[in-house]
Design a binder for this molecule. Structure first.
Ligand SMILES: Cc1cc2nc3c(=O)[nH]c(=O)nc-3n(C[C@H](O)[C@H](O)[C@H](O)COP(=O)(O)OP(=O)(O)OC[C@H]3O[C@@H](n4cnc5c(N)ncnc54)[C@H](O)[C@@H]3O)c2cc1C
Length: 391
């Protein structure tokens, strides 16, 4: 693989998941074409081929709303920009609370969302029955419906992004692991791929769950760790659940695909620290319990597939976006828990920052050094258990 690598290029992107590919596409649209994208694995082998495909437009904190609202606006335009159908379906996204505490949190989220121009509705019990007739209504204490949210099957966007970046003249190499990152005079100067070496003006780490390992190769750290979660798909059913759904008290998400499968998962404490991609008999019954308590009609259906993948959350669950504070010419696009939802927005804002030097405030909020500055972006409505624990 290394024989085809150039000796130097302007920008090296490490990782060809949704973040790396869409960043390369957006940079090319802004006139930067001397880009090399390197990936250790196979196409869709990372989290970008292992996710639930839910695209959420609204959260509770202004910072998260700003970034993800922008991203959903980018999702809406992506098929026409890529000239391929990325199959983003605005089926809506319902966030469900069961406890009083979560209902109060959703009420605050709803006000913040309205103030920032999100299409959001606090559902009455009548509206909940219209939107989610199959849910166990008496368990629900409050619900928000985000009509711009929905789903985007990852194979469609990943295929479109790969084809288009290659057509733009960008080299994308899979099965080509970066094995070292060279630094010279306080800057990142080259990456190593086995025996080969590629010099670059700028290096971007977009390596998903491995991003901290990559930063360590450059002698710096990232405040984020790999975080393993599992998901499952059932046999196809007649249409039962139309919107994407997050059950915040259960750290569970799901949706029904166009083919009829229920796809989703539950995050489970204790499983996240494992460094392997085996799915377990521990997770599935707990996810099933959540599903059956909230959607009793799903009893007796069979699970056809179960898989796992890595998130890479920072202590506040938000992404790490922008230049690394401790070394020059190293940029980070990592730390993702909602990297499908956030991918197009992050790629747009980061490509602008790299091409023009202007860092948009929606991206600056998620700067790599925000923890040491005491400015975490706390988010209470994410279905990941470390998302509101940072202080
Ligand atoms: C089960 C599951 C469900 C999820 N559900 C959702 C959801 O519904 N909605 C949502 O928004 N997000 C969801 N996510 C999260 C989302 O999938 C990720 O945030 C997103 O895919 C991250 O994209 P990425 O490009 O940063 O990482 P990845 O897709 O993981 O890509 C990183 C790439 O870096 C490569 N790499 C690693 N090390 C090296 C190296 N040394 N050299 C070169 N390349 C390297 C890897 O091979 C990989 O292909 C889910 C994730 C999982 C696992």
């Amino acid at each position: 693989m290394t024989a085809r690598l150039p000796k130097r290029c302007e920008i090296v992107i490490i990782g060809a998941g949704i973040q790396g590919l869409l960043l390369a596409f957006n940079l090319a649209e802004r006139g930067k074409r001397d880009i090399l994208v390197l990936d250790a694995g196979y196409w869709q082998g990372g989290a970008s081929g292992r996710n639930g495909t839910l695209v959420r437009s609204g959260f509770s904190s202004p910072e998260w709303i700003g970034l993800f609202h922008h991203s959903v606006e980018q999702w809406k335009a992506l098929s026409s920009r890529l000239r391929r159908n990325v199959m983003f379906t605005r089926r809506g996204y319902s966030v469900i609370a069961e406890s009083d505490k979560s209902r109060a949190m959703l009420e605050v989220a709803h006000e913040n969302q309205k103030a920032l121009g999100i299409k959001t509705e606090m559902l009455s019990s009548l509206r909940l029955k219209e939107i989610l007739p199959a849910i166990e209504h008496q368990r629900v204490s409050g619900a928000i419906h985000l009509s711009d949210g929905g789903t985007a099957p990852h194979h469609a966007v990943m295929k479109a992004a790969l084809d288009v970046t290659r057509a733009q003249g960008i080299q994308v190499h899979y099965q080509t692991a970066v094995t070292g990152i060279e630094t010279t005079d306080g800057r990142v100067s080259a990456v190593q791929v086995g025996d080969a070496r590629v010099e670059a003006d700028l290096t971007v780490i977009a390596a998903g769950g491995q991003s901290t390992d990559l930063a360590n190769m450059a002698g710096v750290d990232l405040e984020a760790m790999p975080f393993r979660i599992e998901a499952a798909a059932t046999e196809p059913l007649r249409p039962l659940i139309y919107p994407a759904v997050a059950l915040v008290d259960r750290m569970t998400y799901l949706h029904q695909t166009a083919r009829g499968e229920i796809v989703g998962g539950s995050e489970l404490p204790g499983e996240s620290a494992k460094r392997n991609l085996k799915s377990t008999a521990y997770v599935l019954p707990r996810y099933a319990k959540h599903l059956l308590e909230m959607f009793p009609q799903l009893r007796n259906i069979r699970v056809l597939r179960q898989w796992s993948g890595y998130l890479h959350p920072a202590p506040d669950g938000g992404p790490l976006l922008g230049p690394h504070p401790d070394i020059r010419d190293l940029w980070i696009n990592a730390g993702w828990t909602y990297g499908i939802a956030g991918g197009p927005g992050a790629a747009d804002l980061m490509s602008k920052a790299i091409a023009t030097g202007e860092i948009d405030s929606r991206m600056a909020a998620f700067s790599v050094d925000r923890f040491r500055r005491g400015k975490p972006c706390l988010e209470a409505s994410a279905v990941i258990d470390n998302a509101s624990s940072a202080s």
